[in-house]
Write a protein that binds this ligand. Sequence first.
Ligand SMILES: [Cu+2]
Ligand SMILES: [Zn+2]
Length: 165
Amino acid sequence: MKNLILAAGTLLAVASCTTTKTYTILAKSGTETQGTAKFTQKNGTVEMDLNAYRLKPGTHAVHIHEFGDCSSDDAKSAGGHWNPTKDGHGKWGTGQYHMGDIGNLIADKNGTGRVIFKTDKWCIGCADASKNIIGKSIIVHADRDDYKTQPTGNAGGRVGCLEIK
Ligand SMILES: [Cu+2]
Ligand SMILES: [Zn+2]
């Protein structure tokens, strides 16, 4: 009987197959940005839950950038927007947009903001380079994404950076 229960438990673990990774946001460009982003992959969908603190109150663009390298003070080491499909910059889900065009986060009067973003166009560590977010970075910007200006959305400097590894 004990063996049966163990076998059932093993099957359940295989079937749900959830991957979770949590990373810390590093302050950049002389700011005090703090926060975390948690990525959960389940049933072919990746959900990002990003919580940022100590931002300037207002709207801040959030993107996936092409290199998982936050080493420079201005976070330019992270490169441009992650764009495996070679499309124009834009608003996720409408017309052309980059795979990294997550959108905008609104920081409240305390500088706290949250974005929950879910898509089946990303994966965590799969073989498809057009979906795999490992080796990329998340950038939180000083300004809002206007969803138009090429190729950046005119989002200003980089106040937070996180390496997805
Ligand atoms: Cu960006
Ligand atoms: Zn973009």
